[in-house]
Design a binder for this molecule. Sequence first.
Ligand SMILES: [Zn+2]
Length: 270
Amino acid sequence: MAVRTIFSMAEDCARGERRGWQEFVRDYAPLARTLLNHYFPTLSPEVETHVTAVFQRARANDNAWFGQLKFQNEREFMMTFRELVFAYGREVARVPAPELSLDQVRSIMKDLPVVEREVLWLFIKGYDAARIGAMIMNSEATAQAAKAVANERLQQALPSATADAYNISARVLIAEAEKTGGDACLPLRTFNNLVNGQLSWRERELAEQHIRDCFRCLDRYTSFLEMIRLRKDAQPLGEAGIAPILSQLNLPVEKGRGIFSKLFAGGKKK
Ligand SMILES: [Zn+2]
């Protein structure tokens, strides 16, 4: 049997073939559910409906979402999928009243090194030190220490706020961060090389300097780390979970098991 890759899956999906969509739903419905629950909690009570709606969007207009996709590896695909989920959540879920502004975060982060900024941003995104440690592939102790600094500064900025308050602000802060940045922003390829340790010392230093000073890349890079971790931790959806979603995507019948192949089974096509 040929090895199935993210590329063959995406090609099948672009052609509207059931096998690709089956794999896509199996591996990515759990991620859609996690992201929607985490960043758009008002959608949680009906989350399964919303997960299906995300896949319906990708399937719409003859698989148009797949038609325009460009990615070099699964991590880049994951980031584009994240954008699809966020675009959906932003349209459907009401906007929370933010408790923190980007300017406040900027002053909270002033003089912090890049790793502590990453930790702080992930903390705002609603993760605890253990999860953050797992995401930044650093020791949990580092994340814990950085989180203590983050926590102290957030408490100074918002004395009455709870951890939930930051997470409520996260969605708005992320949208604000996306509007910053410019021509010097780092491509996903650089993030991937950074994660894989494939940059020279000098390249790494330049990349980290940019991430430190650019909210857009701080958000994108921490999202990149987040998606790698969520993907590793996600359990593929079982057949019982896949079928109800597939049934709402208007896909062609399964090859070899459709009514015609059943009719012809045992007939001339033997
Ligand atoms: Zn940037």
